[in-house]
Design a protein around this ligand. Structure first.
Ligand SMILES: Cc1ncc(C[n+]2csc(CCOP(=O)(O)OP(=O)(O)O)c2C)c(N)n1
Ligand SMILES: [Mg+2]
Length: 364
């Protein structure tokens, strides 16, 4: 399971410090309250969006595979808060929340899940293949580790052109055992590429724990094999994620130094929507629920006086309405016409080989 970040000390201090004194030392006090409330709304939006995606899948409105960001909202929002709009993001197949936080309308994300023409990939990609060059989200990848060399190549392209954008490459813990991960980190370190590799360590690659799959379960230490900076952050703390990611992103931007950030978080549900996660001990699931990043941030906002109960309830209602609107938009959008099946493929046509469509007869 995900190696626990110990909060004992912080909790002990919080419990013994008077409320007024705590306010003064509260790290949230140094932040723009409007920005913090915006993060909260975005985290709740990702949660509600994913719950609606799960429903849509169960009702067979969504096909293919479907992996959710439930429990990882602080990592999603904190990471994107550290990036400039013109920075590039590559992600694995668990990317719905990242797409929304990168600024893509939730309706277009849901429409892609629903396989509709209004989706980010015109309905031909689905849940694992969200892509929007304008928003600089360069995918959603279903092959574990597929995004890592591509993201490294994008960082090389930025360097080659003399740009000052940074690439952020999100992946899961299981991905750090793929060969391309090591090849990519090696070349990024050798060539000083502007890239931050972000490993979301949710403790599990499908049903296999990090301890069972990784000889060095402290994944941030893998960076040291390439003389790259690596560090671990509490992925359930949105401000901590933003701070760590911002530091590393800006260092990549100004000094061309790549880095590896390990964000320790938990999956609240199974690997994909259809996985009941029976391999998980109930104590592990309970620990994940107890560490829920949204409940934690909500309490912190109240405690710091950034928002009162009414304001937070209002933001929650707004987020729920936005997720509902995304579903309504997707459901009302047209399906692509089957004749367009090959319109966006790269395969070179072969002479005399007809491009058979699903309803065509195999032999004539
Ligand atoms: C090359 C490759 N091998 C195996 C799979 C099957 N597979 C899909 S997801 C997954 C686990 C990946 O776990 P992790 O990187 O921790 O990401 P998470 O799902 O936890 O976000 C595996 C083995 C795949 N998609 N691609
Ligand atoms: Mg994982």
């Amino acid at each position: 399971m995900a190696p626990a970040i110990r909060h004992d000390e912080a909790e002990r201090v919080a419990a013994t410090t008077p409320r007024r004194a705590r306010k003064q030392t509260n790290p949230l006090a140094a932040e723009d309250p409007g920005v913090l409330r915006g993060w909260f709304r975005q985290m709740v939006l990702v949660r509600r969006f994913e719950e609606r995606a799960s429903q849509g899948y169960t009702r067979a409105e969504i096909g293919g595979y479907c992996h959710l960001n439930l429990g990882e909202e602080a990592t999603v929002v904190g990471l994107l808060a550290a990036m400039r709009p013109d920075d590039y993001l590559f992600a694995n197949y668990r990317e719905h929340g990242y797409a929304i936080a990168k600024g893509i309308e939730p309706g277009r994300v849901m429409a892609e899940l629903y396989g509709r023409t209004t989706g980010t990939s015109k309905g031909w990609g689905g849940s694992m293949h969200l892509f929007d060059a304008g928003a600089r989200l360069l995918g959603g990848y279903g092959i574990v580790g597929g995004q890592v060399p591509l993201a490294t190549g994008a960082a090389l392209a930025i360097d080659y052109r003399g740009g000052d954008e940074v690439v952020v490459c999100q992946m899961g813990d299981g991905t750090t055992n793929i060969g391309a991960f090591h090849e990519s980190l090696n070349i990024a370190a050798l060539w000083n590429l502007p890239i931050v590799y972000v490993v979301v360590n949710n403790g599990l690659g499908m049903g296999t724990t990090v301890e069972k799959s990784s000889a060095e379960p402290e994944l941030h230490k893998r960076a040291s094999a390439y003389r790259m900076h690596g560090e671990r952050v509490d992925g359930n703390d949105v401000l901590a994620v933003r701070d760590a990611a911002r530091r590393l992103v800006e260092r990549a931007r100004t000094e061309g130094k790549p880095a590896l950030l390990e964000s320790v978080s938990s999956r609240l549900k199974g690997h994909s929507v259809v996985d009941p996660a029976r391999y998980r001990a109930s104590s592990d699931v309970e620990a994940a629920r107890a560490a829920d990043p949204i409940a934690r941030f909500r309490a912190a906002l109240l405690d710091a006086g950034i928002a009162d109960e009414d304001a937070l309830t209002d933001l929650e209602a707004q987020a729920r309405a936005e997720a509902d609107e995304a579903v309504a938009f997707a459901a009302a959008s047209p399906h692509p016409d089957v004749s367009t099946l090959f319109d966006h493929t790269y395969a070179t046509p072969v002479a005399n080989e007809s491009r058979r469509l699903p309803a065509d007869a195999l032999y004539r």
